[in-house]
Design a protein around this ligand. Structure first.
Ligand SMILES: Nc1ncnc2c1ncn2[C@@H]1O[C@H](COP(=O)(O)OP(=O)(O)O)[C@@H](O)[C@H]1O
Ligand SMILES: [Mg+2]
Length: 283
């Protein structure tokens, strides 16, 4: 069975086919004068609902800047960003904060959990700030899918890195965001914990129709995505659909060395990658 068939069987039908996020000619310049850095030089891209998009590229290519601009965490210097049809570059700070809180989810490399709160309190935090109570059933679904049931009363310092990141993913998913943005979510994890987090992001897309946009410099992580955008020097230079890791390497051999080094550091032997490669062969 192909992935598309699998998804057709398990996922909710998408509400509509319009892209959930659209970047048009986005530029970003940090600083002024001689010290100015053009981090984005006109990036246009669409994110479709229910898709897992990875943004790859070497260090300094603008991946994080693009994710932050797309998610309204950073202001663009030029161009526009639509989220669900709303131009977020034209919103007031207050409205933008509210839109982020109500409609978007975030996972960062450094987990960003509050140390004095338990796992459960951290997971419920965003919803509480938005004045909403997550329905119990969805809370249970997310907590069980992420294997956090036995850890709900623990504080972050009592959890492994992988568990902390799963708490962060649960927190991001609890409000059912229109887009979950993740910046190097496996960057601080060992290969096994990283593979678990990636597997869950994949499952959230296939099983719940979640839209995910993930920045990574790791081709093994990018191979979990439906689509990979390649950034270099602040521009999109290539795009791959449903890539296997070998295709990612083959497409950008000039960067293979950096990527091989990243792989040697960890995620190369990911069991999920193997499983996914098998799914691709079946498909
Ligand atoms: N806050 C900032 N101030 C100045 N320059 C920045 C800032 N953030 C990023 N940059 C620069 O913008 C470029 C892109 O950075 P970034 O988006 O973090 O790349 P990546 O995530 O691909 O490693 C780099 O040259 C970086 O040094
Ligand atoms: Mg970055």
């Amino acid at each position: 069975m192909t992935r598309a068939q699998q998804r057709a069987r398990t996922a909710r039908p998408p509400a509509d086919d319009r892209p959930v996020a659209v970047a048009s000619g986005v530029t970003k310049v940090y600083g002024t004068g001689d010290g100015a850095v053009a981090a984005l030089r006109g990036v246009s891209a669409e994110v479709r609902r229910g898709q897992f998009t990875a943004i790859m590229g070497p260090s300094g290519s603008g991946k994080s800047t693009f994710l932050h601009c797309l998610a309204g965490l950073d202001a663009v210097s030029g161009g526009s960003v639509l989220i669900g049809g709303v131009d977020i570059t034209a919103l007031s700070r207050t409205r933008l904060t509210r839109l982020r809180r109500d409609r978007l989810g975030f996972v960062f490399q450094s987990f960003n959990l509050l140390p004095m709160l338990t796992a459960e309190e951290n997971i419920r935090l965003t919803g509480r700030l938005a004045g909403r109570r997550a329905d119990r059933q969805w809370f249970d679904t997310v907590v069980d899918a992420l294997g956090l049931r036995e850890r709900l009363g623990h504080r972050p310092s009592e959890l492994s890195g992988g568990q902390q990141q799963r708490v962060a993913v649960a927190r991001a998913l609890l409000t059912r965001p229109e887009v979950l943005f993740a910046d190097e979510p496996t960057g601080n994890l060992d290969s096994r914990a990283g593979a678990e987090v990636l597997g869950f992001l994949r499952q959230a897309v296939d099983g719940y129709g979640q839209t995910v946009v993930m920045v990574t410099h790791d081709p093994a992580a990018a191979a979990h995505a439906d689509r990979v955008l390649f950034l270099a020097d602040g521009r999109i230079v290539d795009e791959l659909a449903s890539p296997g890791i070998d295709e990612v390497h083959a497409r950008h051999p000039q960067r293979s060395e950096e990527w091989r080094a990243a792989l040697a550091g960890g995620s190369g032997g990911s069991p999920l990658l193997t499983e996914r490669s098998m799914r691709r062969m079946e498909g």
